[in-house]
Design a protein around this ligand. Structure first.
Ligand code: PEP
Ligand code: MN
Length: 263
C-alpha cells in the first residue's frame, strides 16, 4: 500500500497521478514564470526549477543561486503552486526552506548521507532521485537515512541509470518502478527527461510510467529549448508539453487514475 506524501496541498500517491514540470534551471523571470504558467494551465500541479545546479563541467552554468529566490517568491504570489528544487548542500537548507514545498536530492547526491541525515530532521518532503549507478537496495537505504531522522515524507524518483546504451542519455528503468510499487510503500515518480535525454521519448515514457504504476512524472520544459542554459536538448517545448498532456489522458483513464490539482 503506497503512502501519500503531501507537497504543498498536493497529495502524491494512491490512485492519482502527479505531473511535476518546469525548466531544468531557472534562468530569468520571464522564462520561469511563462513556463510555470504554461505547465499548470495544462495539468501540472507542481512546478520544478533548478536554483543550484550540479553540472558535470565546472565552467557550465551553475544556476542563478540566490537570485532565483525572488523569482520563486513572485511566482508563488501569482499562482500559489507547490514548488520543488534541488538542494545540493546542507548549507542551503535555511535559504530554501521558506520557498520550496519539497527538497529534490539529485542523482549525484543520492549517496550524500550527511545531506540525507540533515533532511531527515525537517518535515519538508524529499524527492530522492536514484543515483545513476545505484542498486535499488542502495536507493532504498538512502531513503531510510531520511526516514531515520523522523521525516517520513519521501518520494523516490527513477531518472535512468547508466548503461552501455548509445542514443539515450541514460536507461530508464521502469521495472524498478514496478518493483518499488510491489515491495515498498514509497510513492514513485519517473523522470523521462533525464531518463532518456530526448524530447521525442518523453511522452512515450510517461505513458509507460503510468502503465508501470508510477504515481507521477517530472518533466523538463523550456520556452525555447535550443537556448536553454542547461539540458535544452531534452526539454519539451510548450507545444510538446501540451501535446504530451493530451496524449496521456486515455492512459490515465485506463489506469483509473486522475491528475492531482493544486488549486
Ligand atoms: C535535474 O533534475 O535537473 C537533475 C539535475 O537531475 P539528476 O539529479 O537526475 O541528474
Ligand atoms: Mn536537468
Amino acid at each position: 500500500m503506497t503512502q501519500t506524501v503531501t507537497i504543498g496541498n498536493v497529495e502524491v500517491g494512491q490512485s492519482t497521478f502527479t505531473v511535476i514540470a518546469g525548466p531544468c534551471s531557472i534562468e530569468s523571470k520571464d522564462q520561469f514564470h511563462s513556463t510555470a504558467e504554461l505547465v499548470t494551465a495544462h495539468g501540472a500541479s507542481i512546478v520544478r526549477g533548478g536554483i543550484f545546479k550540479m553540472r558535470t563541467q565546472p565552467d557550465a552554468f551553475q544556476g542563478l543561486g540566490d537570485q532565483a529566490i525572488a523569482l520563486v517568491q513572485s511566482l508563488k504570489q501569482k499562482l500559489a503552486v507547490p514548488f520543488v528544487a534541488e538542494i545540493t548542500d546542507p548549507r542551503q537548507i535555511e535559504q530554501l526552506l521558506p520557498i520550496v514545498d519539497c527538497f529534490q536530492v539529485g542523482s549525484r547526491n543520492m549517496y550524500n548521507y550527511e545531506l540525507l541525515k540533515e533532511l531527515g530532521l525537517y518535515k519538508k518532503p524529499v524527492l530522492l532521485k536514484r543515483g545513476f549507478s545505484a542498486l535499488i537496495k542502495e536507493w532504498i537505504k538512502a531513503a531510510d537515512y531520511v526516514l531515520s531522522g523522523g521525516n517520513e515524507q519521501v518520494i523516490l524518483c527513477e531518472r535512468g541509470i547508466r548503461s552501455f546504451e548509445g542514443p539515450m542519455r541514460n536507461t530508464l528503468d521502469l521495472a524498478a518502478v514496478a518493483y518499488l510499487k510491489a515491495h515498498t510503500s514509497f510513492p514513485v515518480v519517473v523522470d523521462p527527461s533525464h531518463g532518456t535525454g530526448r524530447p521525442e521519448l518523453v511522452a512515450p515514457m510517461v505513458k509507460a510510467a503510468i502503465a508501470s504504476g508510477a504515481d507521477g512524472v517530472m518533466v523538463e520544459v523550456h520556452p525555447d529549448p535550443d537556448k536553454a542554459l542547461s539540458d535544452g536538448f531534452q526539454a519539451l517545448s510548450f507545444d510538446g508539453f501540451s501535446s504530451m498532456m493530451d496524449q496521456i489522458k486515455p492512459y490515465l483513464n485506463l489506469a483509473n487514475k486522475s491528475l492531482t490539482t493544486y488549486g
